[in-house]
Design a protein around this ligand. Structure first.
Ligand SMILES: Cc1cc2nc3c(=O)[nH]c(=O)nc-3n(C[C@H](O)[C@H](O)[C@H](O)COP(=O)(O)OP(=O)(O)OC[C@H]3O[C@@H](n4cnc5c(N)ncnc54)[C@H](O)[C@@H]3O)c2cc1C
Length: 326
């Protein structure tokens, strides 16, 4: 049996030292990493447990809210300031996984959860993300759950997180510490498109630790909703989802943020749809136009063409709920 070294870090410096060892992986709630280790999809030589680090605080301020990397998904979803000022984030988290999983899963772990592509998780198939340049069996395979935006000829795996869709719409920033110091990564740059290198998934350097996520407070953030469509009401990943945020002034849309889940190879923000909504009065016509633009570049395969219409309807529904203030 393969030996895996285990470190329980008691400070961020400890974690960074251990995380700098070859083939080390940080371990948070373990709900994604341990699964993938059991399947032998991820094979770290060392796991560095970060759950004892003092990184679980949720700090609201007038500028926004800072979410500690090890704050649980349950704690973030239930936080009164998150519910009041960033409802889309609370709703997105509550739509994911199950209560038991949300009690274990953390902010950073959720950011870095891997795709649920069946081919990625099955060692008997070819997957460029799991094994670079080995090929992709999804391209000609069963594609019902796969992405229609942001794919490449090497990978069409959908990004799985609900929380990340909300954070994309909210324009969050990810704070990291690594061997070369600290830095902030804008949310839009954190997840990478597959392109020619699907195995590169995050804009993190080796050994970098996510320490917190900052979410800026805006009028649009306070008026926001998350709509998720899936095969069953709980414990299922999105077929299509939409995080919608609108600021409405004098009957016109002053600021619109739209991000999609279940359809992109990363959390999919749609600047085209946002621009089309700016200055419009909130109406079904404006929402349909925005939805058409958001899906304009969709590329479908045999089993997932239905996602185009489904995603459009999800966007229209999310925008209508925000506009109604429902
Ligand atoms: C049955 C099931 C259903 C699910 N359904 C949904 C769903 O509907 N929607 C949804 O969004 N999610 C869903 N999930 C996924 C779940 O949200 C993730 O498993 C969870 O958020 C991962 O968090 P974790 O703390 O357990 O991460 P871990 O499993 O501990 O780690 C995940 C990854 O993050 C890295 N990591 C962790 N912390 C840090 C850090 N501080 N810095 C750098 N890297 C770090 C780890 O090295 C690993 O690569 C589901 C999971 C399961 C098992």
């Amino acid at each position: 049996m393969r030996q895996i070294a285990y470190d329980r870090a008691s400070s961020v410096d400890d974690a960074l030292r251990a995380g700098a060892q070859p083939a080390a992986a940080f371990l948070a709630g373990g709900t994604s990493l341990v699964d993938l280790m059991k399947l032998e999809v991820l094979n770290p030589a060392r796991v560095v447990d970060v759950t004892r680090l003092d990184l679980s605080r949720i700090d609201p301020s007038t500028e926004g809210i800072r979410l500690g990397a090890t704050a649980t998904n349950a704690a973030v979803a239930a936080h009164p300031e998150v519910k009041r000022r960033f409802p889309v984030l609370s709703e997105a988290l509550l739509s994911g996984a199950s209560p038991q999983l949300r009690n274990m899963a953390t902010v950073a772990g959720n950011l870095m959860q891997r795709t649920r592509c069946a081919y990625y998780r099955d060692l008997a198939t070819r997957c460029n993300k799991r094994e670079p340049a080995s090929g992709c069996d999804a391209l000609q395979g069963w594609t019902r759950m796969h992405a229609i935006l942001g794919g490449s000829e090497h990978c069409i795996a959908a990004h799985p997180s609900d929380m990340c869709v909300a954070l994309a719409a909210l324009g969050a920033t990810i704070h990291v510490r690594g061997p070369r110091g600290e830095r902030d990564i804008p949310f839009a740059d954190f997840h990478l498109l597959p392109g020619d290198h699907p195995e590169r998934e995050f804009a993190l350097d080796p050994g970098e630790l996510v320490t917190s996520v900052f979410v800026p407070a805006t009028p649009a953030a306070a008026r926001s909703r998350y709509v998720k469509v899936r095969d069953r009401l709980s414990y299922a990943f999105a077929l299509a989802s939409c995080a919608a945020c609108l600021a409405i002034e004098g009957g016109r849309i002053a600021d619109a943020r739209i991000a999609l889940g279940g359809v992109g190879t990363k959390p999919w923000r749609s600047p085209e749809a946002e621009r089309a909504l700016a200055g419009q009065s909130p109406s079904p016509e404006a929402f349909h136009r925005a939805a058409d633009l958001a899906l304009r570049d969709a590329r479908t395969r045999r089993d997932n063409a239905f996602k185009v219409e489904l995603a459009k309807r999800t966007i229209v529904r999310a925008l209508a709920l925000v506009a109604e203030g429902a």
